[in-house]
Design a protein around this ligand. Sequence first.
Ligand SMILES: [Zn+2]
Length: 293
Amino acid sequence: MTANRTPGKVNEDTTLIDAEMMGIPGIMSIYLIEAGKKCLIDSGTHIEARKTFKKLKELNFFPPDIIIITHSHWDHVQAIPFLSQRAKKLGKKIEIYASEAAIPNLRDQSFNNVFETGPFNNIEEDIITLKEGDTVDLDGLILKIFETPGHMNDDISILDEKNKNLFVGDILGMKVADNVFVPPFMPPKCNPEAYFKTIDKLKKIDYETISLHHFGYIYDEEARSILDESIANNELYWKAYEENTDHLDDIPYLIENVMEKLIPKSTLENYPEMLVTGVTYWLSQGFKIYKGL
Ligand SMILES: [Zn+2]
């Protein structure tokens, strides 16, 4: 096994903390990079914002100087207003970075209603926009930005050039256990053509480890082979959903006939019903968008 899902050091500059999304450990990571400046990669959800704030304080990491957003889905950005307010109380301003394409999505977060986990606050904070090839200097550590859409229309990947660690957001999917790899076709803005182009682009990047938000970091050979694994996994889910196109709105049916074939039942039982139902629904909606149904 070459994935590491234990919170703690990813390399000498980067730490993984578990955001415990929906109260479940091991499904949502936030990354802290510390050089001359402190930088968070994504923020986690609004529900866990207070807990995240406490964890950051314990690690002497609050306030960070910078938060970089990999994409504008709610679970990556909704803690930002709370964290910004707390920083403000200390007289500090957190600089928020996101891709240009993310700006309209951050200003109007209502597209996240498709996940039914709201309410969602719009992100009103000032945003510094990033585009392909830009760099963010953390005083001693350079982060390079790649536009990698597909899971959303505004995904970026971030390369820590010193440690050759690549933060890919959710573009490869959600690999929360060795036998649970949920594909990245998520509503409402996923795009299959962009996804395949993005995988080709990632193949050309000189990186050695990959950091996933769902969940943990991947090193050694799997850090490279996970790109093809993501495509194969996507196809597997596609095929299974395709065989059940007549039942895309029947979530219990899909759990029984699609998910239980892809994820061992014993593993599925480790997750709360609400999460299994949610993921199955999100995938069915994403599948419809992917297939133009
Ligand atoms: Zn996402």
